[in-house]
Design a protein around this ligand. Sequence first.
Ligand SMILES: C[S@@+](CC[C@H](N)C(=O)[O-])C[C@H]1O[C@@H](n2cnc3c(N)ncnc32)[C@H](O)[C@@H]1O
Length: 284
Amino acid sequence: MTLDYLAELLTAYWFAPPVGLWRAVELRVAAEEQYERPLLDLGCGDGLVGQVLFGKEGHADVGLDPWADQVRRAARTGVYRHLAVGDGHHLPYADGTFATVFSNSVLEHIPDVGRVVHEVGRVLRCPDPNTDQAGGHFIFTVPSDAFRPFLDGYVRRMADGHVRGAEAYAAAVDARLEHYHYHTPREWQRLLASAGMTLVKARYYIPQEVEQFWDRMNAGFGIAQRRSAWAMLVSPRLRALGYQALVRRIVVRILGRRWRRYYEMDVPLGEKGGGLLIVGRRED
Ligand SMILES: C[S@@+](CC[C@H](N)C(=O)[O-])C[C@H]1O[C@@H](n2cnc3c(N)ncnc32)[C@H](O)[C@@H]1O
C-alpha cells in the first residue's frame, strides 16, 4: 500500500505546513527508489524523514548528522540501528561500507559539496564483476537550478520588470534557508564523475505552480518572520496549554484535503521543477 505522505508529513510538520507539503512531495518521489542495505542516511537531522521513508521497511542502518541535538532526536525515532555525530566531509566509515547513501535536503547547505560527494563515493560499495553485483547508489534530493526563478516572489517581481527586486528576493530566501548552490543535472553529473560515480537518474519534482503556491504559503503562515500570529500559536512555549493537538488535527484534516492537488502534481515531461532527485552509481 502506498503511504499518504501528505498526511504523514503534515502531521509531523503541523507547525510549519508548507515544509510538510514540500517534504511530502519529496518523499513521494524518493519512495519510488530502491534502497539496498546497508544504508547511510547522510544529514539525517531529527530522523523524521528517515522514519517516514524507511520505518515501514523496519530500519535504516546508519544515520549521521553534525548537529548533536538532532542526532539525539533521531535516536528517539527508533529507526536507525546506529547513529553518529559526524560531518559529510570526513565520514567515519571504511571504503565500500554501504550499498546506499541517502541524503534528503542536505547537500544544498554545504558550500564545498564536492568533498562530501567524494566521501560518499569512497564509502559506497564498488561493483563486483565476479558476482555481477552492481556498485552502490547515492540517492539524494536538493532544490534544483529552477528553485530561485520559480519562487512566487521572484516571478511576480520579474513580471513587473523589477529584476533587481527579484534577485534580492531570491537572495533573501537563500540566506534564510542557508542554500549555497543550485546545481543543474549536468553539474551533478560532473561532481559525481569526479567521485567515481555515474549519474543514472535526474528527476525534477515540485512543478512551478506548486513552488509558487509553497512560497505564498510560507509568507501566509509567516514562516520567514520571527513574530507572526501563527508562530505564536504553534510556539513550543505554549504547548502546556493543551490546545495544540487540536490545531494539528485541523491542519492535517483541512490542508490534507485542500493541498492534495499540489501534492499529487507531477512535473510535465521535459520541464523543470523546483526540486531535483539524483541517483548516482559507484563505478570502478
Ligand atoms: C534541512 S536539514 C534535512 C534533515 C533531514 N535529512 C530531513 O530531510 O529532514 C539539513 C541537515 O543537513 C545537515 N548537515 C549540514 N551540513 C552537513 C555536513 N557537512 N555533513 C552532514 N550533514 C550536514 C544539518 O545538520 C541538517 O540536519
